[in-house]
Design a protein around this ligand. Sequence first.
Ligand SMILES: C[S@@+](CC[C@H](N)C(=O)[O-])C[C@H]1O[C@@H](n2cnc3c(N)ncnc32)[C@H](O)[C@@H]1O
Length: 343
Amino acid sequence: MRLPSEIDQVLKHECGARHCPMTQRVTSTLGFTADDLRTYLGTYWPRSFVESHTIMRSLLNNSVYRDTLQHRDQIRIMDIGAGTGGNLAGLLWALREAYLNTGRVVDVVSVDGNAGALAIQKQLIARLFGPQVQLRVVQTVFDSRAGLERLLPGQAGGNGGGFDVIISSKFVNEFYRTKTAYERNSGMYAALFGLAERRLLPEGVAVLVDVNDKCAGGFFSEVLNREMNEYTCASPEGLAPLLPLPCLLWHGCCASRNSCFSQAVFGVSHSMLPCYSGSDLCKVTVRVMARRPFAGLFRLGVSPQPRYTITWSPWGYDSCGGGVRRQYDKRRYTDGYLLESAV
Ligand SMILES: C[S@@+](CC[C@H](N)C(=O)[O-])C[C@H]1O[C@@H](n2cnc3c(N)ncnc32)[C@H](O)[C@@H]1O
């Protein structure tokens, strides 16, 4: 996907964004300075935009989900670890393309520990979406998973009103980076599912996206898969998966509950990339969850395929069919993250 040119221009000319990969430093962004944030805007922000835009557009291809949102006169979103707002902007852009922002207020609460990042987010969201998006930013530093579990419910608003979307993109990995940090904080994905279970509307969705390199618990996709399964075992009446599609269809008979490597791959191009590089690749792990009754309805809007591709590598495509993984296929099956069209 090409970053919409309006956004590209704003990032480049109004925010001073510049492209420069910062491989190691981008794993710990809480202390990012104004200069670091300009580099983030030109390097990682477009990826976050494309990831959440693609996921939301895919969900909106499901007629049950789209019809539900169409009947809401206000859309409420909570973004945890929201930073400069790349994933939020992607989500809002997908809603705008589906005309779902028309005539409705979109109410957002964004939580993050970096005040500079939140200030940029405020400026960008106002510039790109105008007054229709009402954004409340909350600056909080979480010292651990326990701190997040203690503070986040209050930041979600004490009035108990539900959210249409609770999203967290590339946030949890920063709490799992060392062995000690992993041992202290593991369970954070599950904690976010727990919060979503308490605060999502009946037809709301929880979207978790994260990077997919390794920590003490394995690849982040394996950790996320394990925590999702621990959460669903502990809360059998709570949330159930919508994406990846094999999880929607075969979660109940999954043969890889402890360790499933999966990775969504999206391409993004924009004018800040060096001219020799055509596009940037986003490689992320993704889970979208919803309340169990709504997941059942959502499933009615999907035509099941016998097998889906869930990741690829130079050795081939990994796929899932009937809850059973297969590695290194030569053949590419239906993409496990993309709902192409509504049934
Ligand atoms: C990699 S950025 C992701 C930003 C955005 N969600 C995206 O996808 O582009 C991670 C964000 O988590 C925030 N963060 C990291 N550790 C934090 C902590 N302990 N408390 C609060 N926020 C934290 C950082 O400030 C940063 O904005």
